[in-house]
Structure formats: structure tokens, C-alpha cells
Design a protein around this ligand. Structure first.
Ligand code: SAM
Ligand code: SF4
Length: 343
């Protein structure tokens, strides 16, 4: 195992069988997580890039079985921000000192192409890098959004196991998800993808394939979310989630894609009070602080107990800055673009 991890650390190549072996090895973490931390330092440095998250709508036409925003969930208070409110959050992001915003929401039909084009052009005047996380759209929309100022796009593949994907995303097709990711790459977006770790029925082999998929796609960002069962969804009785496997997938992802941006996700912090810091010490280099305020902050309820839902954006930022100082990690003042390295 030690030789395998050393080889991954120096060559950034592993076969599916080798990844599978490391995912299954009970005692791998002790060597794997520090190796990912070293690779992170060597390729992307100590700086943490912050991306301010604005959760603009919790209305969604889709029915993903794992997600609290699914259309058939009647127990959730729905909201939709208007354009002015979204713009004012973007202005706040600038005031708080952020260089990037992430606009994330359900696939809400009210957000037509025209609405996004107006918003993107307006927000772009603030000098922010803009990340969209608004789901599946036609190529022409992605092209127009890019021309209007969108720089990055987050769209997790969720799982590369086609039959599992289609079981959990009944209104969607795996081919279309792939089509979207390839379109986004073609158009020159910085593309973020990722998977849920711990979905019922997901195998370790399928997680190994997921990591190889990130390499094959040439992803610029990779967000790994431990799956957290939501009592308002059909997956409410899934086994209790644990952080370990998601951290392990993340560490292997860092070893194999050494220069990409990897967020320490909110779901990781939700599972363990120190989950975010653990992730930042096991390969991650990005945090996405939620700057959504008011009822929306509570109602964007993908899963229960979402970390930080009760904090104000400023209180969160102060707390995070102190935590990062304590582990010797400075906050970046730049845009945090993916800088490709030769390896
Ligand atoms: N609707 C867009 C989409 O699906 O790409 C963006 C918003 S969606 C809520 C963002 C991410 O939330 C999804 O990619 C999914 O991985 C994650 N998510 C949904 N339900 C979750 C759960 N129960 N536990 C952890 N993550 C979850
Ligand atoms: Fe909608 Fe995204 Fe949730 Fe699926 S994961 S129900 S597309 S918000």
C-alpha cells in the first residue's frame, strides 16, 4: 500500500484496480490523507480560495431521490429570489471581500435564458468571477451565458454508474448529464463536477471509476459530497452517513488530479464539526461560504442539519478566518483560477 501511495504521489496515475484497493484498505487513511495534503501544497499552494455562495431558489422541476429540493417534496417552504435581490447579494459579496460568487439553485423554470442573461451582464459589472450551478441546459444557453460573463459551471455527475444515476434521477438521463459536461468544457468554462459518496447501492468500484472519470473529463474543480439522507425524501431510511469514505475519495482525487480546485464541502462539515478543516488538510483548497441571508438560508434544505445555516455571513467569515489562521492557511486575494501544471 505504501509503495502504491508513493507512486500515486509522484506519477499521479493509478489503475482502476489500484484505486479500488486503496478505497477498500482499512488502514489507508493514515498514509493517504497526508500524501494528498503534500500534493495539494506542491501544486496549488497553501492559499484557500473562497467562493461566496448565493442560493437563489429552492424550486426545482426535477425529482432527484436524494435531494430535499425535489419537486415532490411538499414539506419544504419554497422561495425564489427576484433579480434585484440576487444582484444585491452579489454586491454584498464584493463588500465582504469575495472575488467569486456561485449562483446555485434548483432547476427553476422561472429562470429563463433572458433572466440569466440580464443578471449575468449586470453582475459582471461588479468585477466578480461568476460560477453558475443551475443544472442542465441546452448548448445554446451555456454559450450565451459564457458570452454574458459566466466563467465557471458546477454540475456534478453525481455517480458514473448509469443505472444508479437513472434510478436516483428519474426525470433525467445520464447521457444528457454527460452531454452538458462536455458542452461546458467545449465552451471554455472552468468545469466543476463531482459525486455523492455513500448513495445506497453505490459500490467502491463505481467510486474508483468516478475518480478516473474526473481525469478523463479534464475537470477543473471537483466537489465530493458525502450523501446525507433527508427525511423528506424517498432515501430517508438510507444508512447513517460517515465522513471517512468521502475524505478518502477526495484524497485520491487530489493525488490523481494534483492541480485542480477541490472544495471542502458543507456536507463534510455537517457530518463532523471539524470536517471542513480535516478536508482542507487532506487535499482540499477551496471553501464556499454561504452568503444567503434570511429565510432562504434555512429553506435551502438539501439535507438536515446543514452546517452554518444559523450563522450570519459575516460571523461565518470571521470564524472561518480564525480557523484558517490556526492551521496556517492564508485566504487568497485572487480569483483562484485553475492553473494547469505539467505533471
Ligand atoms: N440543481 C443543480 C444540480 O443538481 O446540479 C444545483 C443544485 S443541487 C442542490 C447541488 C448538489 O447538491 C447536487 O449536485 C447534489 O450532489 C447535492 N445534494 C443534493 N442532495 C444531497 C444530499 N441529500 N446530501 C448531500 N448532497 C446533496
Ligand atoms: Fe433539483 Fe439539483 Fe436537487 Fe436534483 S439535486 S432535485 S436537480 S436541486
Amino acid at each position: 500500500m505504501k509503495t502504491l501511495i508513493q507512486r500515486a504521489e509522484s506519477t499521479h496515475r493509478l489503475s482502476e484496480e489500484e484505486i479500488l484497493y486503496l478505497l477498500q484498505a482499512q488502514d489507508a487513511d493514515e498514509l493517504l490523507l497526508p500524501a494528498a495534503d503534500r500534493v495539494r501544497r506542491k501544486y496549488v499552494g497553501d492559499e484557500i480560495h473562497l467562493r461566496a455562495l448565493i442560493e437563489f431558489s429552492n424550486i426545482c422541476k426535477n425529482n432527484c431521490l436524494y435531494c430535499g429540493l425535489r419537486a415532490e417534496n411538499t414539506c419544504i417552504n419554497r422561495y425564489r429570489m427576484d433579480e434585484e435581490t440576487i444582484f444585491s447579494f452579489a454586491q454584498k459579496a464584493v463588500q465582504y471581500g469575495y472575488k467569486t460568487i456561485v449562483l446555485q439553485g434548483g432547476e427553476d423554470p422561472a429562470f429563463t435564458t433572458e433572466v440569466w442573461l440580464r443578471l449575468l451582464k449586470r453582475i459582471k459589472t461588479l468585477g466578480l468571477a461568476i460560477t453558475l450551478s443551475i443544472g442542465e441546459r441546452p448548448f445554446e444557453d451555456y454559450r450565451a451565458f459564457k458570452a454574458a460573463g459566466a466563467d465557471r459551471y458546477l454540475l456534478r455527475i453525481e455517480t458514473t454508474d448509469k443505472s444508479l444515476y437513472e434510478k436516483y434521477n428519474p426525470s433525467m438521463s445520464f447521457e444528457n448529464r454527460l452531454r452538458c459536461l462536455h458542452d461546458l468544457k467545449k465552451l471554455g468554462y472552468e468545469v466543476g463536477t463531482g459525486v455523492l459518496v455513500g448513495l445506497p447501492g453505490q459500490t467502491m468500484r463505481s467510486l474508483a471509476k468516478d475518480i478516473l472519470f474526473f481525469q478523463e473529463l479534464g475537470a477543473d474543480m471537483i466537489g465530493l459530497g458525502p450523501f446525507i439522507p433527508n427525511p423528506q425524501t424517498p432515501l430517508k431510511n438510507a444508512p447513517a452517513p460517515v465522513l471517512g469514505p468521502a475524505l478518502r475519495v477526495m484524497a485520491l482525487t487530489r493525488l490523481l488530479l494534483p492541480d485542480v480546485n477541490i472544495p471542502a464541502t458543507t456536507a463534510m462539515e455537517t457530518l463532523e464539526p471539524n470536517g471542513r478543516i480535516k478536508a482542507l488538510q487532506s487535499g482540499a483548497n477551496v471553501v464556499m461560504p454561504n452568503i444567503t441571508e434570511g429565510d432562504a438560508r434555512q429553506n435551502y434544505a438539501l439535507y438536515p442539519g446543514k452546517a452554518g445555516a444559523a450563522d450570519s455571513p459575516l460571523a461565518f467569515r470571521e470564524k472561518l478566518a480564525a480557523q484558517l489562521t490556526a492551521i496556517g492557511r492564508p485566504i487568497s486575494t485572487g480569483y483562484g483560477w485553475h492553473k494547469k501544471k505539467i505533471y
